[in-house]
Write a protein that binds this ligand. Structure first.
Ligand SMILES: Nc1nc(=O)c2c([nH]1)NC[C@@H]1CN(c3ccc(C(=O)N[C@@H](CCC(=O)O)C(=O)O)cc3)C=[N+]21
Length: 280
């Protein structure tokens, strides 16, 4: 038996279409949605992501400024630029790409992004508000996890979800979003004892570790739903997830692919957030 493929392409296309329509309405009333992407890395997968944001933004009628500060930018420079963009009335969304230069920490720098423009939920205030059940932008990747499950009709109430990974941009916010949907959430990480035993008890496994192929069939209960958040570049220029898809597909009930799963939904949600920020 092979797992059902939970594609992200259809929900992403639907979100992009709705976002383009909303952007056109705003433009007609004089507000031209604009996203600024601050880059301070030469990382190749980040460069790919930035290009795909720019392409998708253009198609949706959202202006996209790529602000490349170079991989030797200081934390002070980055922080200053984020503050300038936050104060710029023509800019509605600001995101800071990772990875960052040595000594610069996303959670620290992102406090310079105004919460109303924090379309990738990177400011600690946004995560705090999310945890408290107050309105805030969630990190797009974390929101994409719940969005893909919703689209494919996975009813989360009462399900046991194991999130593997406790990052501020994915694991922690995803856990809060899943709790809001009445799931029972276990957050696992590198120090979790007998990871496979813990994740095998779950109805849904969310892999957000950043290590190619780490999650194998032994981590998954037969019939479980598996969401692969990993985007690990391969030597030949491809992309693989955190899940060893070949073995897991034989045991899981459903699995999000990489590419074509959480990734496209992430980009679409970032644009939706930008239009929502512009509408305020
Ligand atoms: N502040 C910040 N927020 C991020 O969300 C963030 C970041 N920094 N730095 C880099 C990573 C990477 N990332 C991806 C998003 C979508 C795809 C994606 O859509 N990939 C396509 C295909 C790619 C291909 O085929 O090469 C897919 O999965 O179908 C990939 C990677 C977001 N990141």
């Amino acid at each position: 038996m092979s797992a059902t493929v939970l594609s992200g392409k259809e929900p992403a296309a639907a979100i992009r279409a709705e976002t383009a329509a909303r952007a056109a309405e705003l433009a007609a009333s004089g507000t031209h949605p604009r996203l600024a992407v601050v880059v301070a890395t030469a990382d190749e997968s980040s460069a790919w992501y930035v290009r795909s944001i720019a392409r998708a933004a253009e198609k949706a009628g959202i202006a996209c400024d790529i602000v490349d500060l170079g991989s030797d930018a200081s934390a002070r420079d980055i922080r200053h630029r984020l503050a300038v963009l936050s104060a710029d009335e023509s800019v509605h969304g600001v995101i800071l790409q990772t990875p960052l230069p040595e000594g610069a920490k996303l959670e620290d720098l992102a406090s310079a992004i105004a919460p109303g423009k924090d379309v990738d939920g990177a400011n600690p205030l946004s995560l705090g508000r999310l945890a408290a059940g107050l309105p805030a932008f969630a990190p797009a990747t974390a929101e994409a996890v719940v969005t893909v499950l919703d689209y494919h009709g996975v009813e989360l109430t009462g399900l046991h979800v194991a999130v593997i990974g406790r990052s501020t941009v994915v694991g922690k916010p995803a856990a809060h979003l899943l709790l809001d949907r009445n799931a029972t959430v276990t957050v696992c990480h590198s120090r979790t004892r007998d990871l496979a035993a813990v994740t095998s008890a779950a109805d849904v496994v969310v892999a957000a570790v950043g290590r190619a192929g780490l999650i194998t069939a032994e981590h998954v209960r037969a019939g479980a739903v598996v969401v692969d958040v990993g985007t690990n570049p391969t030597d030949d220029g491809g992309l693989v997830g955190d899940v060893d898809a070949a073995s897991v597909a034989e045991k899981a009930g459903a699995l999000t692919p990489v590419p074509g799963g959480v990734g496209p939904v992430t980009t679409a949600l970032l644009l939706r957030h930008t239009v929502q920020a512009a509408a305020r």
